[in-house]
Ligand binder design. Structure first.
Ligand SMILES: Cc1ncc(COP(=O)(O)O)c(C=O)c1O
Length: 420
C-alpha cells in the first residue's frame, strides 16, 4: 500500500534530523502514543481502565510514556514485569500473564520485593499450585486472576488463541475447578478473571460479540455477581488496517455495542467495585512507529525492478508476512526521500541471503533510487522485538523517539555500535 508522505509529517521530518544518521531505524512518535491513549480514554474512560500490552513494544522509552498515560500494564514475562516496574508502573496496576512461567520467576514474585502487589494471571492448574506453595513459603497472600480459554471465538480475529486446544488459559469448562483450586489455598486470593481471545480484529460486530461472550463468562464465574472480585480483564483484540482495502476499526461502534454489556456487569453487587480493564497493544503502539530503511541497491532483473533495503525479515518479521499471516500482504510504505517522483513498480527485498526475504511488492512507489529512505508504517507494534535480528548478523536497527522537535536515540541494543 502506497502512503502519501504528506500523511506522515513527523516521520518524514525525522529523516532530516542528524540523529537519523543510521538505518534501519525504528522511529516512534510520542505524540501519537499519547494521542492514541487519549482517543481510547475519550471513548471508553467511563467504562474501562486502559491496559497497555507491553509485548507490542517493550522499548523502555515507549514504556515510560505508556506507564504514565495508560492506567495499567500487561506483562507477559517476568522480564516484562521488571520493565513495567522500572518504567514507573505501580505493582497493583500490573498483571503478569503468559504460559511457561519459570519456577524461579514465580518465586521472585512471591518473595518480598518491589514486585509485591503484581497479580498473577494463571494459565494452568500447575501454575496455581506452584504459586500457592511459594507464596505460603514466604507467608504472603498472592492475588491471582484465572485466564479463561473460551469455547466461543467470533469470526474476524486475525490470530485466535481460544476455542481450540491451546497453551493459553484454562478451558472454559475447567474454570470452576481452577476457582476451587485457588479458593482452597490460604496463600492465594482470587482477584478476578482474564480473557484474551484473539488479536487484530477490524470488525466492530465481532468485537462486540466477543465482549458479550466475556461478559457472560464473567457473570457466570462471579456466581451472578455475588462473588466480590477486584479485576476483570477484557482482551480487546482491536486491530489495525495494515493492508490495502482495509479500514480503521470503528471504535465508536465498539463503544456503543459494549456499553450496555459493561453496565449490566457493573450493576452486579460483587462487581460494583471491580476494575474493568481493556487490554490491548497494537492499536496503541502500532500507528506510533515507522521502520525507516535505506535502499542499498537497485537492479532490474528479468523485467522487474528490485530494491534491496537494509531491513528485511530480520528487522520486521510481521511486515514480511511471517508473523502468523497465511499470505504476505504489503504494509503501508512511503518513499520519504523521493516523494515527488513519478510512481514506478518495484519489489522491495531485505539484505538477507535467502529468497524468502521479501519486504513488499511489487507495488507502485515514487521511483526508488539507491540511498532513498523508505518508511514502513504502522510498525510501532511487533516490530524490532518480534524479529530475528541475529539472523545473518546484520547490524541491529536503532530506535529513536520523536517528541515534539527532539529526536532521541532510545536504542537498547548495541550491535550497530560495532560498525566500521
Ligand atoms: C494476553 C494478551 N494480551 C494482550 C495482547 C495484545 O494484543 P494486541 O497487540 O493485538 O492488542 C496479546 C497478544 O498476543 C495477548 O496475548
Amino acid at each position: 500500500m502506497l502512503v502519501e508522505s504528506n500523511a506522515l509529517p513527523a516521520f518524514g521530518r525525522s529523516t532530516q534530523s542528524p540523529a537519523l544518521s543510521f538505518t534501519p531505524a525504528y522511529v516512534y512518535d510520542a505524540a501519537v502514543l499519547r494521542g492514541r491513549v487519549a482517543v481510547l480514554r475519550g471513548l471508553f474512560g467511563d467504562l474501562f481502565r486502559i491496559s497497555y500490552a507491553i509485548k507490542s513494544n517493550p522499548n523502555p522509552a515507549v514504556l515510560r510514556i505508556m506507564a504514565a498515560e495508560a492506567d495499567h500494564l500487561d506483562a507477559s514475562s517476568w522480564a516484562e514485569v521488571i520493565r513495567a516496574l522500572e518504567a514507573g508502573g505501580a505493582p497493583r496496576a500490573i498483571t503478569w500473564s503468559g504460559p511457561g512461567k519459570r519456577l524461579a520467576e514465580l518465586r521472585a514474585l512471591a518473595a518480598p520485593g518491589r514486585a509485591r502487589g503484581v497479580a498473577l494471571v494463571a494459565e494452568g492448574l500447575d501454575e496455581i499450585d506452584d504459586i500457592a506453595r511459594l507464596s505460603a513459603e514466604h507467608g504472603v497472600v498472592q492475588d491471582v486472576l484465572i485466564r479463561i480459554n473460551p469455547d466461543h471465538v467470533p469470526r474476524g480475529f486475525g490470530a485466535s488463541m481460544s476455542g481450540k486446544p491451546s497453551q493459553f488459559g484454562i478451558d472454559e469448562a475447567a474454570v470452576p475447578e481452577a476457582v476451587a483450586h485457588v479458593d482452597a489455598q490460604p496463600a492465594l486470593r482470587l482477584a478476578g478473571f482474564h480473557v484474551y481471545t484473539g488479536s487484530n480484529c477490524l470488525s466492530a460486530d465481532a468485537i462486540v460479540e466477543n465482549f458479550a461472550n466475556m461478559a457472560r463468562l464473567f457473570r457466570e464465574l462471579s456466581r451472578d455477581g455475588t462473588r466480590v472480585l477486584d479485576k476483570l480483564i477484557f482482551g480487546a483484540g482491536f486491530g489495525l488496517p495494515y493492508h490495502a482495502g482495509q479500514a480503521d476499526l470503528d471504535v465508536a461502534a465498539v463503544r456503543a455495542g459494549i456499553a450496555p454489556l459493561v453496565a449490566g456487569l457493573r450493576a452486579l453487587p460483587g462487581l460494583a467495585g471491580a476494575a474493568f480493564v481493556l487490554e490491548l497493544g497494537r492499536w496503541l503502539s502500532g500507528p506510533a512507529g515507522a521502520l525507516v530503511t535505506e535502499v542499498l541497491a537497485v537492479k532490474d532483473s528479468r523485467g522487474q525492478r528490485i530494491a534491496v533495503c537494509d531491513a528485511g525479515f530480520n528487522n520486521h518479521l510481521a511486515a514480511c508476512g511471517m508473523m502468523g499471516s497465511v499470505f504476505r500482504k504489503d504494509y503501508p510504505i512511503a518513499n520519504l526521500t523521493g516523494a515527488a517522483r513519478p510512481p514506478e513498480e518495484v519489489r522491495l527485498t531485505g539484505p538477507l541471503c535467502t529468497s524468502i526475504d521479501a519486504l513488499a511488492g511489487p507495488l507502485p512507489l515514487p521511483r526508488v533510487a539507491r540511498g532513498d529512505r523508505l518508511a514502513v508504517m504502522l510498525s510501532g507494534a511487533y516490530g524490532l522485538t518480534a524479529s530475528p535480528t541475529r539472523f545473518i548478523s546484520h547490524p541491529d536497527p536503532v530506535e529513536l523517539m520523536l517528541d515534539g522537535d527532539s529526536l532521541r536515540d532510545v536504542s537498547e541494543t548495541a550491535m550497530n555500535h560495532v560498525l566500521p
